[in-house]
Write a protein that binds this ligand. Structure first.
Ligand SMILES: [Zn+2]
Length: 132
């Protein structure tokens, strides 16, 4: 049996399981370390360094490439989802440019609270709804 080396760390069991399924489907054997500790108490994820995904040393490069593709696809799916209008489900929300004065005014009036104020990031050309 060959040595397993860590290729990624997750803080959530669901994400680790999704990655495990991706690797399994490509025939790459992987193991999850700390899976049960984090599963029992997710707050322990930081204490134990998260769930470590390990693969055999000879599979590491192929697994890392798959992982990169997995994260890219997930980021693209999330970006696409963000552009769908939550009100009318129109799929072509356009990004809203945040004017410089808005940042200055919000810091002057709200101070630190301005950090919690979400500027709408998209607007819907169909129903004019704005969301972030
Ligand atoms: Zn809309």
């Amino acid at each position: 049996m060959s040595r397993h080396i860590p290729i990624a760390t997750c803080s959530q069991i669901l994400e680790a399981s999704m990655i495990q399924m991706e690797l399994d489907s490509a025939g790459i054997d992987c193991e999850l370390d700390n899976e049960f500790t984090v599963g029992v108490d997710p707050l322990l994820a930081n204490a134990v360094g998260g769930i470590k995904i390990t693969v055999a040393a000879e599979d590491a490069q192929r697994a890392a490439q798959m992982l990169e593709k997995y994260y890219e696809e997930r980021a693209r799916a999330e970006a696409e989802k963000a552009r769908v209008c939550p009100k009318c489900k129109h799929k072509n929300g356009s990004p809203v440019a945040k004017p410089n004065w808005a940042g200055i005014v919000s810091v002057l009036t709200l101070g630190a609270f301005s950090l919690f104020y979400a500027w709408p990031r998209y607007h819907c050309p169909r129903c004019k709804h704005r969301w972030s």
